[in-house]
Design a protein around this ligand. Sequence first.
Ligand SMILES: [Zn+2]
Length: 175
Amino acid sequence: MRRNEEYRFCPRCGGELERRQVKKGEPERLVCRRCGFVFYLDPKIAACTIIEVEGKIVLLRRAIHPALGSWVIPGGFVDLGETVPGAAVRETREEASVNVTLGPLVGIYSYPDVSVVIVVYEAVIVGGTPAAGDESSELGLFEPSGIPWQSLAFASTSDALRDYLKGRHPGTIHS
Ligand SMILES: [Zn+2]
């Protein structure tokens, strides 16, 4: 999603896009040759939660690409018009089948080579029984000392779990 070449035509008028320096000191942008529309490529936002059931952390095994078969925390993309906390609650309901109340922010994770900014909250289950939704093949409950670090889906998954465990279960991280 970083490569500007993936977008060839103006979403406004259908004209051809070209790479051009719009403002000195900024990266080249995609600009429409016909109407001048500047197609800014912005990061997407994802909202996720870390939840525990009797001291064990809820992880989902992905049944979709990318990272099929790897474990993630519940979460997904924020829709336009939705709040970030609202998306975290909705995605957790869709993916882990539970209603949650959000707790403190665990962190905000961004990487130069990743087109998504990931916002992660602690959350507490207030209704439902954890079960995998349709984007997952399995829901797992992991002791803090038994997190499958080698099989986590994304850098943000590891980084968020590490930050969470440092605060909540000190002594379980050995890195
Ligand atoms: Zn145009």
